[in-house]
Ligand binder design. Structure first.
Ligand SMILES: Nc1nc(=O)c2c([nH]1)NC[C@@H]1CN(c3ccc(C(=O)N[C@@H](CCC(=O)O)C(=O)O)cc3)C=[N+]21
Length: 291
């Protein structure tokens, strides 16, 4: 028997917190502003960017969508970022990942003003996370996963947490958050080169699947009663669907759900939380920049 952790509902609650904060800030003459920069026309990226802009508008956050052609050079992109750094109407800057291959993403991220880095990807914010300095920005997806664990009343203290995936966007910050004081989990970070991934995963009280491989985590990888957070958002061809694809996570949902204590679905799990935490970070940036 397992419990579905409803990310959409938790995200909606987070967004309502944001809505009242925005109203409060606006009554004090500050309208939070978020700029989302998209280079190229990857269809999945366009969906995410559109949904970020819509959420901003719904909450009363000023949003600016900057869509640049695939051929944009790194220098041109950096110039756009520098203009946003200097723009007082913009408190948060997000450059949609991944950019086209000819662009050095790290170099672009380093030019974002760390006080406006609502993704939490700038080295200064990465350092603050590692130092447990709460003045920085925590990457939105792992922050959303932590909030889901909290809302589902999952005890992290002393738990064995296995993070599958070591990306700078999810796996690594997720591990730091889980092991931080207050969360106090025992953390293992596994990845594609790990020996006996299924065996490592079976030790977990909490599994965070963030590898980007559709349905890789199967029931035999998961201990009875574990909590499973599925970060994967994979588009899999499906001719029976009108869009021609379906979304699936990194977890084989049905079989894992049958034996775990709680699980996040895809869609409707971590994805909506990522956007909700982005809004939270944007409000934090606006507050810090205006104080
Ligand atoms: N600089 C940067 N920051 C990001 O935060 C960032 C990024 N780049 N690049 C791509 C990933 C992916 N991402 C998602 C956000 C929301 C959903 C989401 O809302 N998903 C819905 C379904 C959406 C659909 O139907 O496709 C759900 O899971 O229920 C998914 C994925 C943010 N990302």
């Amino acid at each position: 028997m397992s419990k579905v952790i409803d990310g959409k509902a938790v995200a909606a609650a987070v967004l309502e917190e944001c809505r009242s904060e925005v109203a409060e800030m606006r009554s004090n003459g500050i309208t939070p502003g978020l700029a989302v920069v998209l280079v190229g026309s990857d269809p999945a990226s366009q969906v995410y960017v559109g949904s970020k802009a819509r959420t901003c508008e719904d909450l009363g956050i000023y949003s600016r969508k900057i869509e640049l052609p695939e051929e944009t050079t790194q220098e041109e992109l950096i110039k756009v970022v520098e203009e946003l750094n200097a723009d007082s109407a913009i408190h948060g800057i997000l450059v949609q990942s991944p950019p086209p291959k000819h662009i050095d993403e790290e170099a672009v991220i380093r030019t974002i003003d760390p006080r406006k880095d609502v993704d939490g990807f700038h080295p200064e914010n990465v350092a603050k996370l590692a130092l447990e300095d709460s003045s920085g920005f925590v990457p939105c997806t792992p922050a959303g996963c932590m909030r889901l664990l909290k809302e589902a009343d999952v005890e992290t203290k002393g738990a064995n947490a296995v993070v599958i995936g070591r990306s700078m966007i999810v796996g690594k910050p997720m591990a730091l958050l889980l092991m931080a004081k207050g969360s106090d989990a025992t953390v293992t970070v596994a990845h594609s080169r790990s020996r006996d991934l299924p065996g490592i995963c079976r030790q977990a009280d909490i599994v965070i699947a963030a590898v980007g491989r559709p349905e890789m985590v199967t029931a035999d990888w998961v201990k009875d009663g574990a909590v499973v957070i599925d970060v994967g958002i994979n588009r899999v061809d499906d001719a029976t669907k009108k869009r021609g694809y379906r979304l699936t996570g990194d977890v084989a949902y049905e079989e894992v759900a049958a034996k775990c204590a709680a699980i996040t679905p895809v869609p409707g799990g971590v994805g909506p939380m990522t956007i909700a935490m982005l809004m939270k970070n944007t409000l934090k940036a606006a507050k810090q920049l205006s104080s």
